[in-house]
Design a protein around this ligand. Structure first.
Ligand SMILES: Cc1ncc(COP(=O)(O)O)c(C=O)c1O
Length: 387
């Protein structure tokens, strides 16, 4: 049976009502028949639900579907992608440890690594996404984990998962991959040696811009540590959000096929536009890591990014001229979204800091939606061509 079929058919056991669609278990806690059952459950002798901060049937259903697609042994779902990322750091890193991380990563992850981890005595080194062969030199005796995002947000760098997976194995490091941009449909990092895979389910997994969610999957013993950290610190996913995300999982493959084909179409049509100095899409042969993307991804994802010739000012004007694409902070929606990181998410950074994380002044990120591909293209073209 294909992973996708198994994921779609994975569901909570039917109740006596014999419902076809999984019901919503909107409950904070669960009951015990007697004192002995309660004692045995708390003593981990019986695997029953206790409290929805620890576990909940809807949350488990969502986790199980992700585990099937990622080929993972176990998982834990969180309230947001950032709580998933943070849980992986806090569960395995302690004072004196060192983290190796690719330079181009999502802004909040960058903040956690540079501002908060050092408060707990955890050191880090950023390495270039396109120079994985140089990463071994950055490994220190106290390095515990390698964290990467691929494709990266927003610059769409591609990191060779097989090379980094082998490096992590050689040095006995935890290999932790943020697979948000690829989705578990296009890329399964565990097949390349990842120990942990994190997702912001807020993006393509929900796919309709409704709820926040996150998930970590991987080896059973590692996920148990994450579970212990999360059950005490409380970043639990709401059962309602889990119920919604489970429903979304069943359409993820067909949605991602259309997002990716629309994105490839836009990339091909826009790459030679006179207002654009460069355009990146993982499955466009001109992408610097095209061969790696083709090797480890089954589609190029739903994000296209390009650099406008006029820099910061051109980026702001481009956003103002768009008539259909949404200006919003999210990505991975049915509706196409345009963003200009240099004047928004990364606007508080200095020019030098932005350069450091590859945010160039005219960088535009398009999250390609499910609208008709020519309607999306026309809106972008009229915004590029307007005088
Ligand atoms: C690659 C990546 N990781 C993590 C996150 C954080 O996810 P959330 O907003 O669900 O906390 C995001 C959000 O955009 C992201 O793009």
């Amino acid at each position: 049976m294909q992973r996708i079929t198994k994921a779609i058919r994975t569901r909570i056991d039917r109740t006596n009502e014999k419902e076809h669609s999984s019901p919503l278990f909107l409950t904070s806690s669960f009951c015990f028949d007697d004192a002995e059952e309660m004692r045995a459950t708390f003593a981990d002798e019986i695997d029953n639900n206790i409290y929805s901060r620890f576990s909940n049937p809807n949350v488990q259903e969502f986790v199980d579907k992700i585990c099937v697609l990622e080929g993972a042994e176990a998982g834990y779902a969180t309230a947001s992608g950032m709580s998933a990322v943070f849980a992986t750091f806090m569960s395995f890193l302690k004072a004196g440890d060192h983290l190796l991380c690719c330079k181009a990563i999502f802004g909040s992850t960058h903040t956690v690594i540079t501002k908060y981890l050092p408060k707990y005595g955890i050191q880090y080194t950023y390495v270039d996404a396109d120079k994985v062969n140089e990463w071994e030199a950055a490994i220190q005796p106290n390095t515990k984990m390698i964290f990467v995002e691929t494709p990266t947000n927003p610059g769409l760098d591609i990191i060779d998962l097989a090379v980094v997976g082998a490096l992590a194995k050689k040095h006995n490091l935890i290999f932790n991959v943020d697979n948000c941009f690829a989705t578990p449909i296009a890329q399964q990092p565990i097949d390349f040696g990842a120990d942990l895979v994190v997702h912001s389910a807020t993006k393509w997994i929900d796919g309709q811009g409704r709820v926040l969610g996150g998930v970590v999957v991987g080896k059973k013993e590692l996920i148990h540590e994450i579970y212990l950290f999360c059950r005490s610190t409380g970043p639990a996913l709401s059962p309602f959000n889990a119920w919604l995300l489970s429903k979304s999982m069943d359409t993820l493959e067909v949605r991602m096929e259309r997002h990716a084909s629309n994105a490839l179409y836009l990339a091909e049509k826009l790459s030679d536009h006179p207002q654009i100095s460069w355009l990146k899409y993982p499955f466009l042969p001109s992408h610097p890591q095209y061969a790696i993307a083709k090797k480890q991804m089954s589609n190029g994802g739903g994000i296209v990014c390009f650099e406008l010739k006029g820099g910061l000012d051109a980026g702001r004007k481009f956003l103002d001229r768009l008539q259909m694409l949404s200006l919003t902070a999210n990505l991975g929606d049915t509706r196409s979204i345009a963003s200009h990181p240099a004047s928004t998410t990364h606007g508080k950074l200095t020019e030098a800091e932005r350069q450091e994380v590859n945010i160039t002044p005219g960088l535009i990120r398009i999250s390609v939606g499910l609208e008709n591909k020519d309607d999306i293209l026309q809106d972008i073209l009229q915004a590029l061509d307007a005088k």
